[in-house]
Each structure stands twice: as structure tokens, then as C-alpha cells.
Design a binder for this molecule. Structure first.
Ligand SMILES: Nc1nc2c(ncn2[C@@H]2O[C@H](COP(=O)(O)OP(=O)(O)OP(=O)(O)O)[C@@H](O)[C@H]2O)c(=O)[nH]1
Length: 482
């Protein structure tokens, strides 16, 4: 069921047609991110983090091979741009060749990684497993990109052989940080923009309602305050130990993850990482850049795993609701009714008040099924339970015993009052027709008052006997046992 739904969703994504505009925006977006990351460079061709890598993986993940042209073109243009920035004055054909090499080195591992992620998400919807695959893809694809990229650049003499090691490791961690922090956010933006009707990967939905709540901004402010304290400590002491305090910020990050919706976590991570990278550059703390890269990567990876908790909570709540309610009429299921009835009866007893129990059953219900069909029978059950629910107090409990038989717990209600209530309900039901037909409902009722030390199941048994008596005496009446 789940797999087929996922396949449908993917089939739908395959028919999405891109015009000229979307690839152009992707191309410009990638170049802008690339230009920003150049500001944060701390080793030749390596910055604290590389946001374009996050966009590349997200684009291939959502769009598949349709991302090749805009991302490839952007990578080539970036190579020309960097030639200008470093004033290398390389002949244009050589820059073009290097650009194509860089594009291939950048695209190939991420395209493969995205293909693997698309395959994995078809087989597993459990958040934790998909996050693990995502983090593995992030680590391995960026490792391959950094290897191929630095190799291409040394081959083209854009990078000195001696500085290769200086560049390769920061390049790898920088790309990985860009992916781990930003890919989920970019995936959610691309999906909301290009595939609005599709189920969300990683359960990150852009929710304007959630964004409009001011509470998350206060949490983000606390996270940034923590960051400001860490940066102040590093600036004041200029010690490596101070730089490692950034790792403590995983705590407020996890607080946000557990208490906010996933898209807020994604935005907070992006803001936190950007501010961290900018302040490192601003205060000339590039000696500690590698620590910052690792802190950002670890915080983001842990946060994505943490997302499984709110998702599991949501699933748990839905399951509990399903177990508590009857699927057709949405009144309480028998189990939930018994639990709630025991509690309500105890509360009434402590207040020195009596509690009564009513069982009722539609008369000749089988005839509705036989004459009008089972769907009409279902409709009858919904109609009658709705009618009864509308005529009860808030504290009364209504549950389905089974078939066309229902039960009512009336706390703080004596037998006389319960009989009066049952009579009122019987008259109400008797005045009602099955929607769209000439069939007039009627129901029989059995009423008992729960004895002080009686188990609720024993009282139920007595009420059932009273109901049987009502049926035996000709139906459409209330029978009670004193
Ligand atoms: N449409 C529909 N029918 C149901 C459902 N659950 C049970 N039934 C049917 O309800 C009928 C209940 O029949 P009986 O228990 O003989 O009761 P009755 O016809 O109301 O007769 P009396 O109770 O003696 O008045 C059976 O035919 C069941 O198949 C349901 O969820 N939907």
C-alpha cells in the first residue's frame, strides 16, 4: 500500500514539466549560493561550508536528471567567475575545459547519490532509515566530489600540487556540511514549488501557519545568543578549547527539533550555520574553521535523526485515536468506553453521586440492510449515533457495543433520571427517518444503576438483560431493573 503510493507519487513527479523559468531560477540560485560561499573561503577553493552542494543534491533528488543542465551550466559559469576573481587569466578554452571537468566532478557523485535516495525512499518510509541513507550519501558523495574536484583542479594547474591536501579535506567537510544542513530545506522548497500535490520526502513541509508563530523565533534567538557567547569566548581567548564550545549548541538545536515542526528545525539550522560561517569570517577565526564545520555537521545530522521523534509521536497519537473510536460511527470503541466508564464512575462515586448505564439497540435493523442495502445500514448507524450524541450532556459517554447495539454511561445520574433520558432518546429516534427513505427508526433500551461496588462489566450484563426484556416485550420501549 505504502510502496504503491510512493510509486504513484514518483510517477507523478516524472510527468511534471519544467519550462525555461524553473531551470533558470535554479541556475541563478546555485550561482548566488556559490558566490556567498566564496566569501567564506579559508583554504584554496574550500569554504567553511558549501551551500551549493546542498542545492545540487536537493535538485537531483527532486528533479532527477532534469537538474543536469541548470546545475552543470552554473558550475561552468562559476569556473569562469573564479578565474576572474583569482585573476588567473587562463585562456577561455582552458577555463571552459576545467569548468566542464568541475561540473562533471560536482554533478556525477551527487546525481548518483540522489538516484540512490530516490530508490531508498520507495522502500522505506521510516524516517530514521531514510535519514541514515541520506547522511551516508552526504558523506560519500561529497568525499568523491572533493577528490574528483581537487584532482581536476591540480590537473589544470588551478591548484598547486602542494596545497592539494590543504584543500581536499576542507572541501569534503564543507560540501558535506552544506548538504547535511541545507539539502532537506532545499528539498522541501523545491517540492512546495514544483510538486505541490506530492507527498513530502523527509516529512518536511513548508508550513506558513507554523512560520507565523513567534515562539520559534524566540528559540532561534536563544540559539544565536549561545553562538554569540561561543564566538566571544573564542575571540577573547584565541584557544582551540573555546572553539569546541560550539558543539554545546547541539543542545538548543535538539530542543528546537523536538518541540517544533521539521521545517522550523531546517530553517533554524540554515540560519545558525550561516551566522556561524559569517562571524567566523568577520572575526578572522578561520584557524578554527574545521571545528565549526564539524560542529555544524554533527548538529544537523543529530537534528535530522531527532525528527523521527515528533513523527513517531504523531503516528502514536493517530493510532491511539483509531483504537479509541469506532471506525464507522466515531463513538467510543468498546475497550475505550470501558476504560473511560470505569474512571467516570469512580469520579462520580467519590462525589457521592450515582451512575447509570444504558444499553440500546435499533429495532429490526437487519430489515434496513435487507431492504436498502448495507451502505444504508451504515448510514442509519451514523445517523442514530449522531442524534443520540447531540442529546447528551458533555460528561456522558457513548460507545458501540457491537453491531447495532450501543452503550451509554450517565455519570451523576440516578436510575429515574437515566430512565427519563432513555425515554427522551427513544422518542427522538422514533421521530426520525432513515435519510432519503420512508423507514422510521425505533430502538429498545435497557437501563440499570451501577451498584456501589459493582464492576462495570457486571452492570453491563444486567443492562443487556434489561434490553433483551425490552425486545421480548415488543421493542420500541425502555425496560429497567431496580
Ligand atoms: N450495515 C451494517 N450492518 C451491520 C453492522 N454491524 C452489524 N450489522 C448487521 O446488523 C444486523 C443486526 O441484526 P440483529 O442483531 O438480528 O438485530 P435486528 O435486526 O435489529 O433485530 P432486533 O435487534 O431483534 O430488533 C445484522 O444483520 C448484522 O449483519 C454494520 O456495521 N453495518
Amino acid at each position: 500500500m505504502t510502496n504503491s503510493y510512493r510509486s504513484d507519487a514518483n510517477a507523478q513527479s516524472n510527468v511534471i514539466q519544467l519550462t525555461f523559468v524553473q531551470p533558470l531560477i535554479l541556475f541563478i540560485g546555485w550561482l548566488l549560493l556559490w558566490r556567498i560561499s566564496i566569501v567564506l573561503e579559508y583554504a584554496p577553493h574550500a569554504s567553511i561550508w558549501f551551500p551549493p552542494a546542498g542545492l545540487t543534491l536537493a535538485a537531483f533528488w527532486v528533479l532527477g536528471l532534469r537538474a543536469v543542465v541548470p546545475i552543470g551550466a552554473a558550475a561552468v559559469v562559476a569556473t569562469f567567475w573564479i578565474d576572474g576573481l583569482y585573476q588567473l587569466e587562463t585562456p577561455a578554452p582552458d577555463v571552459l575545459y576545467t569548468g566542464l571537468l568541475f561540473a562533471a566532478a560536482h554533478i556525477t557523485p551527487y546525481a548518483f547519490g540522489a538516484w540512490f535516495l530516490r530508490r531508498s525512499e520507495q522502500n522505506q518510509r521510516l524516517q530514521g532509515s531514510l535519514i541514515m541513507v541520506f547522511l551516508l550519501v552526504a558523506a560519500l558523495a561529497s568525499l568523491l566530489v572533493s577528490y574528483l574536484g581537487t584532482y581536476a583542479m591540480t590537473a589544470e594547474q588551478m591548484l598547486e600540487q602542494e596545497t592539494l591536501w590543504q584543500s581536499w579535506l576542507p572541501w569534503w567537510i564543507g560540501d558535506m556540511a552544506g548538504i547535511v544542513v541545507l539539502t532537506p530545506l532545499f528539498v522541501s522548497i523545491l517540492e512546495a514549488w514544483l510538486l505541490p500535490a506530492q507527498e513530502r520526502r523527509l516529512n518536511i513541509r513548508l508550513s506558513w501557519h507554523a512560520l507565523a508563530q513567534p515562539r520559534w523565533l524566540a528559540k532561534l534567538a536563544i540559539l544565536l545568543l549561545g553562538l554569540a557567547l561561543c564566538i566571544t569566548l573564542i575571540v577573547q581567548t584565541n584557544r582551540l578549547e573555546a572553539a569546541f564550545t560550539i558543539f554545546f549548541l547541539v543542545l538548543p538545536v535538539m530542543w528546537i527539533t523536538y518541540t517544533e515542526v521539521p521545517v522550523i528545525t531546517a530553517i533554524c539550522l540554515a540560519v545558525f550555520s550561516t551566522v556561524l560561517a559569517l562571524t567566523m569570517a568577520l572575526f578572522d577565526l578561520m584557524d578554527y574553521a574545521l571545528v565549526a564545520q564539524f560542529a555544524v555537521t554533527i548538529s544537523a545530522s543529530t537534528a535530522w535523526f531527532g525528527l523521527a521523534i515528533p513523527v513517531l509521536n504523531e503516528v502514536n497519537t493517530n493510532l491511539s485515536e483509531k483504537v479509541a473510536k469506532d471506525g464507522l460511527t466515531h463513538v467510543f470503541s468498546r475497550e475505550h468506553f470501558l476504560t473511560q466508564a470505569t474512571v467516570a464512575r469512580g469520579t462520580a462515586a467519590r462525589a457521592g453521586k450515582p451512575t447509570s448505564l444504558v444499553l440500546f439497540d435499533l429495532d429490526n435493523f437487519k430489515a434496513i440492510n435487507d431492504e436498502w442495502g448495507h451502505l444504508a445500514g451504515d448510514q442509519a448507524l451514523i445517523q442514530v449515533t449522531q442524534l443520540v450524541a447531540d442529546n447528551l450532556r458533555d460528561e456522558d459517554l457513548l460507545g458501540r457495543f457491537g453491531g447495532d447495539e450501543f452503550m451509554l454511561l450517565l455519570p451523576k445520574c440516578s436510575l429515574d433520571l437515566a430512565v427519563e433520558t432513555a425515554e427522551r432518546l427513544r422518542r427522538c429516534i422514533g421521530e426520525t427517518f432513515l435519510k432519503g427513505t420512508t423507514h422510521e427508526f425505533s430502538a429498545s433500551f435497557g437501563v440499570v444503576q451501577v451498584d456501589p461496588n459493582e464492576h462495570i462489566l457486571a452492570a453491563m450484563d444486567r443492562a443487556d438483560k434489561a434490553l433483551l426484556d425490552a425486545k421480548r416485550r415488543g421493542r420500541n420501549q425502555v425496560f429497567y431493573e431496580r
